[in-house]
Design a protein around this ligand. Structure first.
Ligand code: FAD
Length: 350
């Protein structure tokens, strides 16, 4: 009997599982690949059609194959010669690249057959030797990979049902109709000030939004821009396979940041040097260390790690200088619906 593997999720995680199975498998099996939104190969991040939504990583670091570091740059420069390895290319082109790679590889391994099902998986049940996966029909598989991506953010706490059901509230910042609905408003509030906020600002700017935008977040940190004409990088300072404790890593990072400052090195490279080791660190942290990190360091880490291209940050600066955006440091307390809009209450963050 041919083994069957079910992969739930068509984003990059699901796609890379499929591609690596195609590249490496030496025994016959069948893949059933599900995606609720028919976003195979692209997922949420790379399904955008807005050309101004850029990758937040330079092309040189976006290959999908560890053993072929130039795989993406070669595809990009062949198909879109206006871009180079140094650029932050539009995310939609990255989606096109992953799709093209899948199209090239999908029939290359005679051991593998692939069935794509554009439906939501609503249940997975373990039976004696198989799993039963339910959409509108039921499928059987011996193995299941779950690659669902991030869920939508929770609704803000202590808000009314009326607010949650309002057509002027968007829980999903990437909802396909958000821009066309938002563009006609005079006043918009964005809760959160990370990369998703930047995407929303860029789309509004691109559609010539001329109202006011309030941005509320507890620390009012905004992403850093990737440094242009970067100074030399710090030298690698992480020992391979060492089990670092959180406290130890924190002092190492602070020490490297000081060194970068005194020796005129690129401080952002302190984070870049750690990048390949991050999954190993995280897996080996204790539960207590993970909780400490999420409670005290997540926001600072977020701005240092998730940087935005300088082109994107230039749009934010432009909107700031024309007083279109107003960044508020505060914690949301309550949102009341009134006069066709909302009254937002927040407390000053300390
Ligand atoms: C706006 C944005 C920009 C980003 N930019 C970058 C970048 O420039 N560079 C970078 O390295 N990373 C970037 N990221 C990080 C990005 O999240 C990851 O790189 C990656 O795309 C995540 O892929 P994923 O497959 O885990 O999740 P997703 O892309 O979210 O894919 C999950 C898929 O699962 C499907 N699904 C969910 N539930 C079910 C179900 N029950 N049944 C069937 N299907 C289901 C969904 O339809 C979705 O297509 C960005 C993320 C976002 C949100």
């Amino acid at each position: 009997m041919t083994n069957t593997i079910a992969i739930v999720g068509g984003g990059i995680s699901g796609t890379l599982t499929v591609l690596n199975l195609i590249k490496q498998s030496k025994s016959p099996f069948h893949i059933i690949w599900f995606d609720a939104k028919n976003q195979f190969c692209k997922g949420l991040a790379y399904s955008t059609t807005d050309e101004q939504h850029l990758l937040n990583v330079r092309a040189s670091n976006m290959s999908i194959f560890v053993d072929e570091p130039n795989h993406y740059v070669n595809w990009l420069t062949h198909n879109y010669p206006q871009y180079s390895s140094h650029d932050f290319a539009p995310r939609k082109l990255f989606g096109e690249y992953v799709q093209a790679t899948f199209d090239v590889l999908k029939n290359t391994n005679p051991f593998i057959t692939i069935q794509q099902i554009a439906e939501e998986v609503i249940d997975i049940e373990k039976k004696e030797n198989t799993f039963e996966i339910t959409t509108t029909q039921t499928y059987k598989a011996q193995k299941v990979v779950i690659a669902l991506g991030n869920f939508l953010p929770a609704h803000p706490r202590s808000v009314s049902k009326e607010f949650i059901e309002s057509e002027n509230y968007f829980q999903n910042a990437f909802h396909p109709t958000i821009i066309e609905k938002a563009i006609i408003k005079k006043n918009i509030t964005i809760i959160g000030s990370g990369l998703t906020m930047i995407d929303v600002l860029i789309s509004l700017h691109h559609h010539s939004f001329s109202g006011k935008i309030n941005i509320i977040s507890p620390h009012a940190y905004i992403p850093q821009a990737h440094a242009e004409n970067a100074l030399p990088s710090v030298k690698p300072f992480i020992e391979e396979n060492k089990l670092y404790r959180l406290q130890e890593l924190l002092s190492l990072v602070n020490q490297q940041l000081k060194k970068a400052k005194t020796e005129h090195l690129n401080p952002q490279s302190v984070i870049d040097v750690m990048r390949p080791h991050l999954p190993f660190f995280w897996i080996n942290f204790s539960l207590n260390e993970k909780q400490q990190f999420l409670r005290h360091l997540r926001h600072k880490w977020g701005v240092a790690r998730h940087r935005a291209p300088s082109e994107s940050m230039a749009i934010l600066k432009k909107l700031e200088s024309s007083h279109i955006i107003h960044l508020i440091k505060g914690r949301l307390v309550d949102i009341k619906s009134m006069d066709g809009g909302f009254e937002i209450h927040f407390s000053d963050s300390k």
